[in-house]
Design a protein around this ligand. Structure first.
Ligand SMILES: C[S@@+](CC[C@H](N)C(=O)[O-])C[C@H]1O[C@@H](n2cnc3c(N)ncnc32)[C@H](O)[C@@H]1O
Length: 339
């Protein structure tokens, strides 16, 4: 028998393939309430299976997978929550990410059609009507609690201009949570959520529900058309909105500049990949799914943001590198409108 000579280690591939079942395990654990049960107290597999009404032998193997995924810790026979599940997977946790995880798992539908979409292109163009959904807006709002709102508000409130800011625009602001967090930190700041007309209408309801109607208003505007986004802002925040303008970001930056006072600050919060666009793995997958879904991109590089901003009269950049992002690999960049 000729035994093949091999240069690499199949286990690497085997681990990748088995890790592909992780989302199933995590969704099932959330559905069964494992993290909520272990939040109350650590317990062994027998107690856990009695509590959940599941088969002991399978529950034990199931909990061990969660340990291998660093979502549970095992001490003797007892399982307990690891920091990741305590922060993000317990339903009562303030940064609970169940809604975002359920939304992310729907991307699977796009991936199932991958061979035909790769050959024939996406079946239909991206529908921006999907944003105007109150449930979806709340899920996205809760989603930013997982690190993004901490990063963005920390970055903006550390800017030297922050204590003097008076009027901000959250362009494509949707749920408006970033604006709420920022005006909480600056008592003289007032905000405007500017978004597609139907989204702005729903945002007004969210703002009222959250008790911010006296300091936050809304403007309905489609950035693809030439409606007004308002005037006189000393801060404009744009978070995960302008990917579709890749290649012609100047179109949107010109309009933003016109709406700002001289010396005002523009802040961008958008995903960024490694320079060769081949990492990290979450970024490459997101980019693939985005393009399979008929949307042009989900990443903007520091270089393209800076060069388009400079062409529109912005400069004096402050950057928080994407590697420091706690929830996503988001590059946060501030630019001043030059006088
Ligand atoms: C991914 S969400 C980002 C929401 C929020 N800024 C955040 O970071 O969580 C993108 C937002 O951009 C808005 N948007 C997309 N296209 C737009 C357009 N042409 N004009 C105005 N807003 C738009 C959507 O309605 C949606 O609220």
């Amino acid at each position: 028998m000729n035994i093949p000579q091999i240069e690499s280690n199949f286990r690497e591939l085997d681990d990748i393939l088995h890790a592909g079942y992780a989302p199933n395990v995590i969704s099932t654990a959330m559905e069964l309430g494992i993290f909520d049960a272990l939040f109350e107290e650590p317990m062994d597999a027998r107690t856990l299976s009695d509590r959940l009404g599941t088969v002991y032998e399978i529950t034990e193997a199931f909990a061990n997978v969660l340990v291998a995924l660093n979502l549970l810790a095992k001490n003797g026979a007892d399982y307990s929550l690891a920091p990741l599940s305590k922060d993000f997977l317990v339903k009562s946790a303030p940064a609970y990410q169940g809604g975002m995880i359920a939304m992310t798992s729907q991307y699977g539908q796009i991936m199932e059609k991958m061979p035909e979409t790769l050959k024939n292109g996406p079946p239909e163009a991206f529908d921006s009507g999907m944003w105007a959904n109150a449930e979806f807006m709340k899920v996205m709002g809760q989603g930013v609690m997982g690190g993004s709102i901490q990063d963005v508000t920390g970055f903006i409130s550390a800017l030297p201009e922050f204590p003097d800011l008076l009027r901000m625009c959250d362009l494509g602001g949707n749920h408006g949570f970033y604006t709420m967090a920022l005006i909480d930190r600056n008592p003289q700041l007032r905000g405007t959520i500017c978004d597609l007309p139907e989204v702005a209408r729903l945002a007004k309801e969210v703002i009222s529900e959250m008790g911010y109607s006296d300091r936050i208003d809304t403007i309905g505007c489609d950035l693809e058309t030439d409606g007004s986004i308002g005037k006189g802002y000393d801060l404009v925040l744009v978070s995960h909105v302008i990917y579709a303008w890749k290649g012609h970001l100047e179109d949107v930056f010109e309009r933003i500049g016109d709406a700002m006072v001289p010396g005002g600050v523009f802040v961008s919060n958008h995903l960024a990949m490694d320079d060769d666009c081949c990492g990290p793995i979450s970024g490459t997958m997101m980019e693939l799914m985005t393009r399979l879904g008929g949307y042009p991109t989900h990443h903007l590089s520091e270089e393209e943001l800076k060069s388009a901003l400079a062409a529109c009269g912005f400069g004096d950049f402050t950057v928080r590198p994407a590697e420091d992002g706690r929830q996503y690999r988001s590059l946060i960049l501030a630019a001043r409108k030059l006088e």
